[in-house]
Design a protein. Sequence first.
Length: 351
Amino acid sequence: MSRSGSGGRSGSQDTALRLYQALRMRGAAGFAAVAAELGLKEPEAARHRDDLERLGLIVPAASLHTTGLEANPGWRHEEAEDAVTVIAPEVAFLRVMAHEREMLRERLRQADEAHTRLETLVGRFLRAGSVTDSEVEVEVLTDYRRIQQVVEDVVDLVHDSVASMHPGAIDTSTLDRSLGRDKRLLGEGVRVRVIYNQRFASVPALGDFFRRQVEAGVEVRLSPVVPMNMILGDHQFALLPANPDDHTAGAILARGPALVRSYLAVYEYCWHTSSAFGEEENAERGGDGLTEQQRAALRMLATGMKDEKIARNLGVSLRTVSRLLSEVMQELGAGSRFEAGVKATRLGWLD
């Protein structure tokens, strides 16, 4: 199909060239008459005329060019209403280049003017490194569209790294767009890291997405516990939930290394306690006979955390939490959750 399309374009170009050469032999001529001589029908001839005029290879023979004919009665001229004048290729090329240069100068002028205006209004927000080490800026975002726009803005401003974690559900309709954004960042030399809840790897569409991310160069890790949504950019920006227990409460955008460093420390801890995608199955069970998910549930239970909070942190249902803790109690031979906590502590399983 591509060869046929290419051949069609080549044939059209050959026809335009023959038409141009025929017109050039005449110097100035009625366009329709020359096109008819070449056997071109009116729609095709009109299309070629538009192409040749756009390239500057022909121009209408305007009355401006005939004002001196009365004083020079010996000169011949084409009397057809659709007469055109043929322009030499080198002249047409120079004119096109001059026109393009002028358009480029105008676009640069407009861009410079827009940048000056933006810099006057929000100058330091245009530069990722504009917030100094001692400065901290915090913005509370409650509108969903505003939050999505901030995500795009942060990604567009980063130069070195983007790190994110996602404990909750992932919208599968946005996977291709997310992967395209990751590839663009990687192509610009940005390091891209992401932590997902390990249960997502069992979802075919998401497991395939994680593999595609890894193949593209994204560093993907999985963890049984992902504490909150978080996006970090260049040690300069941090976007995190206003309330980790209520995703509808909005988000907080923090700017400035002094504050972002604290969030980065939390992220690095989660990063180093998670498993690289593809390796999590090998580390599924520890020496204590518990899965990572069971061990995480046990640790949270030992801190006094309620089932609802454990479920949110693990990204599972209350029924799953009850099952996990029942399995832990069975493994420990405990008759109650309290006894399970005591035995786990005595055995060093919570260290």
